[in-house]
Design a protein around this ligand. Structure first.
Ligand code: B16
Ligand code: MG
Length: 217
């Protein structure tokens, strides 16, 4: 059988949340806004524009559209500074084991990310060629929990939603997969991702038996 295996990027394949944090924090500090690691949790899976709005909200800072645009560019330049130093050592544990197993079993592998930097990141960590299709923040207009990014991904793989499996680390992403009628696999704290159909702390907990079950069910 063939299914669509859709992977989120940040927090599932690589831990870029730490770089988002550093870049957002630099901006926040320059604006006199206190921005903590805890605040950063709220930005997971959230678009760049929405992230800025959330941060400005923390400091009750108001700004013109032009000013916001400038801050977004600035943040992304800082973020790309970190991304450019990435290599394949930053791929999260056992992600390659899962990708290789799916490839051996001829399963479509799709990226479904909110990030507009998805391609350069996959290139930096040398796994761009694993993906049959990439759907990212450049392709969709509705952010998770809207299911658009996953719906487009399933379509590209010529699979129904029911036959699509989504690996996600964010609450919004799990909700998006569920809304689409897809099988959601939460990667991270089960107590946080309690809406997911299956939960694992990371890919080291995902067995080949489990993947075969997903393929054959
Ligand atoms: P960018 P994902 C998301 O990626 C991140 O989790 C989120 O923190 C970030 O703001 C968003 O991408 C946009 O990223 O600024 O690179 O366009 O988890 O959906 O892969
Ligand atoms: Mg994520």
């Amino acid at each position: 059988k063939t299914k669509a295996f859709i992977f989120d990027l940040d927090g599932v394949i690589v831990d870029t949340a730490k770089y988002h944090f550093l870049a957002w924090q630099k901006l926040a500090v320059s604006l006199g806004i206190t921005f903590t690691h805890e605040d950063n949790e709220q930005l997971k899976g959230v678009s760049r524009v929405r992230s800025l709005e959330l941060i400005l909200g923390l400091g009750n800072v108001e700004a013109t559209e032009a000013q916001k645009e400038e801050w977004l560019v600035q943040k992304n330049e800082d973020y790309l500074g970190y991304i450019n130093k990435m290599d394949d050592s930053e791929i999260l544990p056992d992600v390659m084991k899962v990708l290789n197993f799916l490839k051996e079993n001829n399963q479509p592998i799709i990226l479904g990310s909110a990030s507009k930097n998805a391609r350069p990141i996959l290139e930096k960590v040398n796994i761009l060629h694993y993906f049959d299709d990439i759907v990212d923040g450049n392709d969709v207009s509705n952010a998770k929990p809207d299911p658009e990014v996953f719906l487009v991904g399933a379509k590209k793989a010529n699979q129904t939603n029911e036959n699509s499996i989504v690996f996600e680390d964010s609450v919004a992403g799990v909700q998006a997969a569920n809304v689409a009628g897809m099988i959601s696999v939460g990667i991270g704290e089960a107590s946080v991702l309690n809406e997911a159909k299956y939960n694992f702390n990371d890919f080291t907990e995902i067995s080949e038996e489990f993947l075969l079950e997903l393929i054959n069910q």
